[in-house]
Design a protein around this ligand. Structure first.
Ligand code: FAD
Ligand code: DLZ
Ligand code: SF4
Length: 518
């Protein structure tokens, strides 16, 4: 009797731990397109195309490598609609003597898999996901001994562990972090190189038709689709990034220009998160570019830090903080998500632009997510769970393990500062400095209050004022609170009234955009 190896939609790696000790002779690989996964949020149509097409391509590659793959398609008759239902059916169908699975990325799925131990009647083995560089027990041990869990210290450990950009036990260039060289504004006439577009093949076109027919009401479109869906294509995307965009990655990492949707970012998170690219191999390639003298140290270091630092740290924090993180709301924010987050219809140019690129590309780069969308959600006091549902639905790279700590922890301070030492709150001046959005905005960024003023300006003070009891003790907010107190009651009242007037104009999104109603 064979062993059944279920491979989930974001486990598309030939080196997956669940396959490592198996041989094709007595293994059946099970891949499942199920309504529970396509429907736990109303995913952007391009994200659905990406995941389902990448799954179908990966199944074909496994078969070509000699594996028996039982593939359950979304519209197969008898499809029960859930991982649990499909694994039970497959155990019976193949008379499997056991199930072996690599741990999933999400809490929700972990719970389901744990339940198989009781429900399936065969042995269930759950293996660690070795595609991550920091095993979870190591992360928990790192976290256990500390009062503050700061990414920077975790990152240094990861440099030592991987040997990336190290000379013996010292960081190359004598410093761990070259961020001060990074993060400049971009000249308005800068035209970053266009990323490669991957034309849909027959498999992708079939999935596009399926998604357009079955998920027509979801955000975005299935038609415009250019993401890599195989390891080989993802490798070409990586090559292109390393030669064309990595050299200026650091310098323009925080810059935003209207109409330039990708800037110098890697666009690799969708492929990394599906398993089409190996994070360590990607970092070794970036390091090699620096060693060959083709990119500056601040670019290579900055990029590698995002992957072995932020990405691994975020994943560790997810498993450390769940399940509480999903309900966390330290600042007691309760405002519903505004409708313009879905329609893009707002006179705020920065937000309209970020929603537009999100809808067009199922992508926005980090600073758009953090300092425009996230910052607005923080200042306006949007309910974290509604914001998290939105972020989980709209991005091609969104899985809860990476989305939730970024939204609830980094952007919204809903975790009370476990992940970031201070809220990333900023007024219009920050967005004006880092982008070209404000010049053509309906609002005036330099105006502080009143109907024509940039709403971020008054919202910033409204945020600080209404959260004073919780935030005033934060050493890193000492200056802003000192300024607020010096302002005097009239000016304070002006700011608060301006913010209130703006907030009263926000129309809540109708229910059912991010999650099926009911
Ligand atoms: P680049 O900017 O080129 O960075 C290179 C790589 O570093 C990325 O591909 C990614 O793998 C990694 N990385 C960088 N920052 C982070 C981070 N904060 N957390 C984890 N990995 C990081 N990333 C996701 O993969 N999925 C999400 O659902 C997601 N949601 C986010 C929500 C918010 C509110 C914020 C502030 C950030 C979120 N991020 C998420 C992190 C980051 O914005 C994206 O990884 C990045 O924009 C993806 O684009 P890129 O591949 O061009 O990344
Ligand atoms: C995101 C996603 C979607 C949309 N559909 C499927 C699917 O039909 N079958 C599948 O195996 N995986 C899918 N996924 C990815 C899973 O949601 C992901 O593997 C789990 O959430 C664990 O992270
Ligand atoms: Fe955004 Fe304010 Fe600038 Fe308009 S003026 S683009 S609302 S930051």
């Amino acid at each position: 009797a064979p062993v059944l190896v279920p491979i989930l939609g974001d486990q598309l790696s030939p080196g997956l731990s669940s396959l490592a000790d198996r041989s094709p002779a007595d293994t059946v690989v099970l891949m499942m397109e199920v309504a529970e996964e396509t429907g736990y949020v109303r995913h952007h149509q391009a994200k659905l195309v990406l995941v389902l097409s990448a799954m179908r391509h990966f199944a074909a590659e496994l078969r070509a490598a000699g594996w028996t793959v039982d593939y359950v398609a979304l519209d197969d008759p008898g499809n029960s609609g859930s991982f649990t239902g499909e694994v039970a059916r497959a155990v019976a169908r193949h008379g499997a003597r056991g199930v072996q699975v690599t741990e999933p990325g999400e809490w929700r799925v972990r719970e389901a898999i744990e339940s198989w131990r009781d429900s399936l009647g065969v042995r269930v083995r759950i293996l660690p996901d070795t595609r991550f560089l920091c095993p979870l027990p190591d992360f928990f041990a790192w976290a256990a001994g500390r009062r503050e869990l700061r990414m920077e210290y975790f990152y240094r450990d990861m440099r030592r562990r991987t040997g990336l950009l190290m000379e013996g036990d010292k960081p190359v260039g004598g410093r761990w972090n070259f961020d001060v060289e990074n993060r400049g504004a971009a000249p308005a006439d800068l035209v970053p190189p266009a990323p490669p577009a991957f034309a849909p093949d027959a498999i992708t076109r079939e999935v596009q038709a399926l998604v357009a027919a079955r998920f027509a009401g979801h955000f975005g479109t299935a038609e415009r689709f250019a993401w890599p869906v195989t390891a080989a294509a993802a490798e070409r995307a990586l090559d292109h990034f390393l030669t064309e965009r990595l050299p200026l990655f650091g310098r323009y990492q925080d810059a935003m220009l209207a109409g330039q949707d990708t800037m110098y970012h890697a666009l690799l998170a969708p492929a990394l998160n599906l398993g089409l690219l190996d994070p360590l191999a990607v970092c070794r390639r970036a390091e090699a570019e620096w060693r060959a003298g083709r990119v500056p140290i601040e670019a290579a270091e900055g990029f590698i830090r995002q992957i072995i630092g932020w990405r691994e740290y975020i994943r560790g924090m997810y498993w450390l903080e769940m399940p509480g993180l999903a309900a966390a709301n330290h600042l007691e924010a309760t405002r519903p998500l505004p409708e313009f987050w879905w329609t893009g219809e707002t006179p705020m140019r920065c937000l309209a632009e970020c929603v537009r690129t999100t809808r067009d590309n199922a992508y926005a780069h980090h600073i758009q997510r953090l300092m425009v969308l996230g910052n607005f959600a923080l200042l306006a006091g949007l309910r974290p769970q509604e914001v998290a549902d939105w972020f989980l639905a709209v991005y091609a790279d969104a899985y809860e393990w990476v989305e939730l700590p970024n939204v609830a922890g980094m952007a919204l301070h809903a975790d009370g500062g476990r992940l970031a030492s201070k809220p990333y709150a900023a007024s219009g001046a920050y967005i004006d400095r880092m982008s070209d959005y404000c010049g053509s905005c309906h609002y005036k960024v330099k105006q502080k209050t009143g109907p024509e003023a940039c709403p971020f300006n008054a919202l910033y003070w409204h945020f600080l004022a209404r959260n004073e009891a919780k935030l005033a003790g934060n050493a890193r907010l000492f200056q802003p609170y000192a300024t607020w107190r010096r302002m005097g009651p009239d000016k304070q009242a002006d700011y608060l009234a301006s913010a209130e007037a703006f907030l009263a104009t926000l129309k809540p999104a109708r229910p059912g955009w991010a999650r099926a109603a009911g």
